[in-house]
Design a protein around this ligand. Structure first.
Ligand code: NAD
Length: 452
């Protein structure tokens, strides 16, 4: 018998666990985005009947037609899941038919750089009326410690038509609530999704047991922790660790450049140490929905405890300054050719915030394009993943993809995202000046390349 198994569970809970283990449980997944659509497919692959909930009608329609809107998810995978019963809906009344509901909706920052939990509260308020006794609700969105207990639980209890409470004790009836962070790294194929251990914290022992049973049927390893807050904080620690280390290496890169030392050579040498060092790589700044945002969820919460998270603030400062540093390097490179940014034709290679993905949220490319345009450059971009780019929360570009040809016509080509589909040797060969922010041209010796 495992440490998580009890001999005296209420019948409904026994039944729910049995359904999880036998894959009879119906799983509802809310927010069919970058990270949980793959999770929905993982449940489907394991023969669970999955219903995907999303408020975006175009996504629901596309999924039900057997299509995909995420490049790395092939339509065939959606059609395969459909054979196992997968379908999408925008109708929350279907929540009543689920055994478990997993929520993974966006958690951005608002215009004041504070947590915007409106997607989470909106979702919880939408599902609450339809919840019935014995169901499991798990939040997976990244957020500050305390969100599940302070925001999700009260909203579920307030909104439930039947007046159900969240169950805390073993014999207590009600809804089971847990938090389990989403640790997916889109575009990273080195670790299979089911091999990423699943951290789970429950509001009470039964919530932890059923959530662990559910995740244990698709993930190889479940890591139970003592509370939802521990699970919430675990995810933030992971992302803050990355954010701070990237800032450190971005700062050291700037120093190394002044000292005439190649930071990449330094990192390659340092990573040979078999313990106590993990390599991080410098770049043009941070992007994506996680690393530039999540640390500030904690900074905000820390203020409630009269605490200043100085590492997070400093790392944020260094990382957000990187696109400006790149701009200075472009100016310096053009200067060597007796040119200025104003009036120069500049091509930015790569819009996505990282290699080989179709996600441009918070991408430093967007800032670099805007800065170049403000300085009077004639800017263009190329990215195989984005035929066009319009307007977003922090940018207004309205541009279309420029084909990778006649590179010699550009005064400078700036590599911001190192997609693997690019032929860097040919790009260097055809260009007048290359500004490489990713070390994508490693190994190519050519005086046209300015590494930064
Ligand atoms: N993208 C990543 O790399 C990553 C990795 C780990 C964790 N996360 C976390 O996962 C969460 C989701 O991120 P994402 O990148 O998948 O977001 P996303 O924007 O790709 O997807 C979110 C989906 O939720 C839907 N949605 C919004 N409000 C809804 C509502 N009330 N009801 C139903 N659907 C709703 C949207 O239409 C969208 O399809 C965030 O908290 C993020 O921090 C993201």
């Amino acid at each position: 018998m495992s440490a998580l198994t009890s001999t005296a569970l209420p019948t409904l809970t026994d039944e729910l666990k049995r359904k999880m283990e036998s894959r009879e449980a119906r799983i509802g997944i809310v927010g069919m985005g970058y990270v949980v659509l793959p999770l929905a497919l993982l449940f489907s692959n394991e023969r669970f009947r999955v219903t995907g909930f999303d408020i975006a009608p175009d996504k629901v329609e596309k999924l039900n037609a057997g299509g995909s809107y995420i490049v790395r998810i092939l339509p065939e995978s959606i059609r395969e899941a459909q054979k196992a019963g997968f379908r999408a809906t925008a109708d929350y009344s279907e929540v009543a038919a689920m055994d478990a509901i997993v929520i993974c909706v966006p958690t951005p920052l608002n215009e004041y750089h504070e947590p915007d939990l409106s997607y989470v509260t909106g979702t919880v308020e939408s599902i609450a009326p339809f919840l019935r006794e014995g169901q499991l609700v798990v939040l997976e969105s990244t957020t500050y410690p305390g969100t599940t207990e302070e925001i999700v639980v009260p909203a579920l209890e307030r909104g439930n038509k039947a007046g159900l409470k969240v169950s805390r004790q073993r014999e207590e009836a009600g809804i089971h609530v847990a938090f389990s962070p989403e640790r997916e790294d889109p575009g990273n194929d080195t670790v299979a999704r089911h091999d990423i251990p699943k951290v789970v914290g429950g509001c009470g022992p039964v919530a932890l047991e059923v959530a662990s049973a559910m995740y244990g049927s698709i993930f190889r390893r479940v890591i139970p922790v003592s509370s939802p807050s521990v699970a919430e904080m675990t995810k933030l620690l992971e992302n803050i660790y990355r954010c701070v280390n990237i800032a450190l290496v971005n700062e050291l890169k700037q120093l190394c450049m002044r000292m005439g030392i190649d930071i990449h050579e330094v990192i390659d040498a340092a990573r040979t140490k078999p313990f106590g060092f993990q390599p991080f790589y410098p770049g043009p700044g941070l992007g994506g929905h996680c690393i530039p945002i999540d640390p500030f969820y904690l900074s905000w919460k820390a203020k409630q405890f009269d605490f200043r998270t100085r590492f997070i603030e400093l790392a944020g400062e260094v990382n957000t300054a990187m696109p400006y540093f790149v701009l200075d390097q472009i100016a310096a490179g053009l200067n060597e050719h007796s040119k200025s940014i104003k009036g120069s034709k500049i091509l930015v290679l790569g819009l996505a915030y990282k290699r080989d993905i179709d996600d441009l949220r918070e991408s430093p490319s967007l800032t670099i394009l805007e800065l170049l345009r403000e300085r009077g450059a004639q800017v263009s971009y190329n990215d195989p993943y984005f035929p066009s780019v319009g307007r977003g929360r922090h940018y207004d570009l309205n541009m279309t993809n420029t084909p990778l040809e006649d590179l010699g016509n550009f005064d400078a080509v700036v590599i911001v995202t190192d997609h693997t589909s690019y032929d860097y040797a040919a790009i260097v060969d055809q260009s007048q000046l290359i500004i490489d922010t990713r070390n994508a041209t490693k190994g190519i010796q050519n005086a046209k390349i300015l590494h930064c």
